[in-house]
Design a protein around this ligand. Structure first.
Ligand code: F6P
Length: 362
């Protein structure tokens, strides 16, 4: 097999499963006598002069650590010069030039970009940067808001983390006859809250994709056979005339209606936690598909899982399939997003189980 020099970069918010992909790719590359380098700190590190890199050889990575969350390469520093800051300062063109020059200097045959819908949309929109390398993208995000793939790395572990968190909360909830309003991450997508809510057996699940009525929610909770439980709310929901964090807003409304409750925030635990077996299998399948794409000299592609099949699709198909949404962090950029569809099987299942999921599908 022809020698290749490949790079791996993790961008956007971290999640569990990134190290599994990095390990699987490195293992394969080393076995095939390819050279594999890790770019540190995402595009912050790639834009540095010289670019921040480490060689991913047998000494760089302990196999036993590949189940740990986070990324050994880091995803970027909040204060570094990045896409967001460059776009805001009107310096995106020169930032992009730096990225392109670094890739040329590194003399890579291929770059594996592991990112969420923001990073993948940017990779499509500013594709010129990667013109000298074969670019293969791997979708990761706990939000599961990347179009055209059934799963993204980190989602399964995040659902498990929220489930374990709620399992613990339910023990104290029962002792004090109170409810917990648990706020999940997920940005404007409700998939994380919906899946976690079903896993936990929540009494209510509120997501941005479905309108809900607070009075009906209150009625539903008051009619419950139990006097404790979980009300799962996605961070992307809003209530007209109310401000503050969604879990606080719902909690206040329940308190005013005489329902004892507390808001609860699993926060960044959702992005941590030992990578679940499902996420490890997904990471391994994505790594294998990405490596095959490199061997076949594919470029501007993203690996996906569709109906049990691992394959690549073009970045252009990914971008066009999603709903374009303005990214508040990146001036002038629309990202491509996926949401809970009205025919999502979990909506019906939750309803059948007596869970309040709102009123009308938007
Ligand atoms: O996109 C992943 C995510 O964890 C979202 O669910 C969340 O809203 C956001 O990132 C938090 O990002 P930050 O790390 O900037 O607080």
């Amino acid at each position: 097999m022809a020698f290749k020099k490949i790079g791996i970069m993790t961008t956007g918010g971290d999640c569990s499963g990134l190290n599994t992909i990095i390990q699987r790719i490195s293992e394969y590359a080393i076995r095939h006598k390819w050279e594999v380098i890790g770019i540190k700190d995402g595009t912050d590190g790639l834009s540095a002069n010289p670019p921040k890199i480490i060689k991913l050889d047998d000494n760089a990575f302990r196999f036993a650590n590949s189940h740990l969350a986070g990324s050994i390469l880091s995803n970027g520093n909040a204060f570094a010069t990045n896409f967001e800051k460059s776009a805001k300062d009107g310096k995106l063109a020169s930032f992009n030039k730096k990225l392109k020059k670094s890739l040329q200097d590194l003399q890579l045959n291929s770059l594996i970009l592991i990112g969420g819908n923001g990073s993948l949309s940017l990779a499509y929109l500013y594709n010129e940067i990667y013109s000298g390398v074969s670019l293969v993208c791997i979708p990761k995000t706990i939000d599961m808001d990347v179009p055209l793939t059934d799963k993204t790395i980190g989602f399964d572990t995040a659902v498990q983390q929220i489930t374990s968190y709620c399992d613990q909360l339910l023990l104290t909830a029962r002792s004090h006859h109170r409810w917990f309003v648990v706020q999940t991450m997920g940005r404007d997508c409700g998939k994380l809250a919906l899946n976690s809510g079903v896993a936990v057996g929540a009494d209510a699940i509120l997501i941005p994709e479905i309108k809900f009525d607070v009075d009906n929610l209150i009625k539903h909770i008051k009619q419950s056979r139990r006097d404790y439980g979980i009300i799962m709310v996605a961070e992307g929901i809003s209530i007209r005339g109310h401000s503050g964090r969604p879990a606080d807003m719902i909690s206040r409304a329940l308190t005013n209606a005489g329902i004892p409750n507390k808001p609860a925030y699993p926060e960044y635990l959702q992005r941590a936690g030992d990578t679940t077996a499902n996420d490890r299998i997904l990471a391994t399948g994505f790594a294998d598909t990405a490596l095959k794409a490199i061997e076949n000299n594919e470029t501007n592609v993203m690996v996906v899982l569709q109906n049990g099949e691992f394959k690549t699709i073009s970045l252009s198909d990914f971008f066009k399939a999603g709903k374009p949404v303005k990214d508040p962090n990146i001036v002038g950029v629309m990202t491509s997003n996926a949401y809970v569809e009205p025919d999502d099987v979990l909506l019906q299942i939750a309803t059948d189980m007596g869970t309040y999921i709102g009123e009308k599908r938007k």
